[in-house]
Design a protein. Sequence first.
Length: 492
Amino acid sequence: MAAIEQSQGRAIEFSPYQTQLSKETPGSPGGANRSDGSATPDDEPDKQTYSARNWNPKFKLLISLSAIASYFVITLATSIYIASIPGIMREFRVSQTLAISPITFYAMGFVIGPMFTAALSEEFGRQYIYKTSLLLHLVFTIVGGAAPNFRTIAVARAISGIVGSPSVTVFAGVLNDLWKMPEDKAAGALFVLYGLGGTLATEIGPIAGESIVADRDWRWSFWLTAMLVGVCFLSMVFVPETYEPEIRRKALKLPRGDWRKTLGPAFARPARMLFVEPIILPTAFIVTMGQVVVFVFYASYPLVLQSAYNFSSYEVGLAFLPLMVGSLLALPVLSWAAKRREKYTEKHPEQTLTGAMVAAVLLPISLFWLAWTARPSIHWICPLLAGIPYGMGFSLSQLIYPLYKNEFYGAELGASAFAVDVAMRYTFSCVFPLFTIQMVDAMKFEWAISLCAFIMLAMAPVPWLLKIYGPSLRHRSRYVKTGETGSDEGAA
């Protein structure tokens, strides 16, 4: 971490970030020194002196892109494993359901990890958590690739998920540390890129995995992941601390305090927010259902496309391409929504929900489309094209709701709010691959997917309800600070 040079009457300089802010000298009113010469809290300059938001913009951008890439790769590891399933079934003679289970084990880590790491990052800072996370994920990915039996694969995937999960919430916290929404123009684009990276990773994984496994063997999905994680680790290993309270504590040589008293409430905060914040639950549920359906696709696409259209494993991987195209098409919608918001003289969080309204329409329509066209009598292109509107709606919902909540929860509570989203998403979606095949056999594909569509249809009014009632809900929040939310007038 860069040294902080202090001298009386001079500026504080965060070398090499070229950030200079004036500081009240120790001898001035409001400042005092301890007998050992170290600073006291009264010596503290303006809070923004220690904020990573004051760093050189190019340096902040470099850190942000590295964080986004790391999040993308860790999420990619969830679905890239799909390409290895046929090879694992052949080599270790396990059933399809058992071979699919490491997807569940990996995703379960994303349930356990974020609840703890969000609290740890807010108590001890970000850098040690994500650096340790990336290194351990690299180690256990290599263990999985070199596994001599299926049990080793299952255990390695479970541990990889647990140790890799901090990337989901902590890197979102890093972006919060570096940029302020909506004041920083780059912030919106970076948060969109961060969210889009996560959604694209779930869709690119099967395509990338099948491409490399088809020419080699099933272990190469692990080797490719290990290479990418290694590059991400090297890109983040020299990044300094970005969390303002931790920078401030080290700069002023302040004691950390009794972490046992503060860490307990911090661990409980995401769960408490889920139950006491009325905005959290419905938005988290919509994001969760979007990912549940994608995990259902992981198990059902091979079953349906191979039986109805005689697709090869490689062609099944390519079937996820329309989802990726739809996710990319979400970008023009986001751009249109951003320009629409610029017309408002007074900015409010509810103005970000335009994209969520588009998603609320697209998601149920696309699922009904897929459910009732995937049959031998209809050309295979028709059901696959349903992936385009679903990919668009999926990406919009995954991006908009975290952005919406981030605007009023801010950096300190943003990681906890996002941890709720992540925990719910993976709690529900991780178990679906285990019984998707049985569900499709019992209900038939059309009704299994239609069930998901009806749930999406029931949740469709949520963004309009938030547009109307969001300001009053934020006003009654126990966590939203007045200074962060601003006036609520006219937000609806």
